[in-house]
Ligand binder design. Sequence first.
Ligand code: SF4
Length: 497
Amino acid sequence: MYLSKTSYVRVWSCRKGAWITQNHPELVLQDENTLARFRTGNEVGDLARGLFGPFVNVTALKEDGSLDLPRMIENTREEMERGTSVICEASFSYEGLYCAVDLLRRNEDGWAIYEVKSSSDGLQDKYIADVSYQKYVLEHCGVNVTGVFLVCIDTSYVLGPEGLDLNGFFQINDLWEQASREQQNVPEILRTAEQVLASDQEPHMELAEGCKDCVYFQYCTRDLPSPNVFELYRLAMKKKLEYYQQGLVSFEELEKAGVIKNVVQKRQVDFALRERGTYADVNEIREFLSGLTYPLYFLDFETMQPAIPFCVGTHPFAQIPFQYSLHYIEHEGGELKHREFLAESGTDPRRAIAEALCRDIPANVCVTAFNKAFECTRLKELAATFPDLSEHLLAIEANIVDLLTPFQKGMYYNKEMGGSFSIKSVLPAICPGDPELDYRGLEGVHNGSEAMSVFPRIQSMPPEEQAKARENLLAYCRLDTLAMVKVWEALKKAVTI
Ligand code: SF4
């Protein structure tokens, strides 16, 4: 069995995480976010292959579809001997270590390693660990490595009307010095990898700041009391760890020590420990509601973030709105009405969505959004792109009131919200047990990440799947704005009791 560069970087990053990945594959997340990241990585990787002109890809598959590593190693050797300039997936093995170099490029004296990442930050330590491992393996295979580069995405690049310019889109970072320095640590990490991956004992690791983004965080904190310090609303991981290391883990311990000063966090702890029902600051909520006037609109966007821009004038990873849902009530006691927009997949959706917004939302009405910064930024971007619609779009933007405010400012709380005020936490807390408002009852699209991933893929689906995917997207976004209506109704009810 080979140790791949992915396994090496896992051990470098956290021994425990590497052990869990090997021994508990059922815990490895395969959610839509992860799959979308893989797809983006593959698309960007494929694009980078053309960066230096003609290339040969030595990838070989077995009958079962898995990589045929010995064949790839042999293909690489043949291409190097043949004088090929650029070899993709150039493969090497040395004493049980294996690595495939994204791009191996011949130069005057030897070969340069180019590792491609679909990220904008080329100087992450884990990337340096990754390329230093590759350099180590290649040098032990007798390759004269004369350069180590990291190819990542330049987010300042703007797509022009002439199409994608690979040299502008990609940024090439020279990591020779960092990789050469880090290479000294490779033998020790390999020894650790050998021990950890051969052991049936889970290694012990103290929790650290990096754990907050780790997919195994739930697993690694499974024995802590619930709720615990890591569930506190809006507290920096550094501070959480500080409390944790002082033995302030459970909410009882945190309360007894008197360390929680923030009003919302204090309420979260208090409500978790006691039966308190719902907290509502009637005066403040009333004041907030007095800022909402009829006709009243509830707006929510869905966006995509293509790593490779396809809309002229946009950056890599720009948020491109492709859908909105709009519930509205024209006057007090009026009927709840609904409008929606969903662009055609595979097209630049911005002009169509901007026109639909101007058609569906009058310029002088009160609009609510949940966490309005997102909707406001999208509206301002559309206004900057389409000057003829700018006045109307900016008027909509200026009239947006944030429905998150009463929760963020601690005006309304109940225990079920826990430490989160996202619409998906607030809705079941204020409308428990209503199957019509249950995101889990939706088909295919249950959150923004899934919407973001489904929409661009519709264009390549068969027609019946296209119709179903569009229906799912519409149902999801519609529930988001219906949830906002329910939140507003709950706030109104709180001040009338
Ligand atoms: S949560 Fe922390 S300790 Fe656990 S696997 Fe992840 S990085 Fe390692």
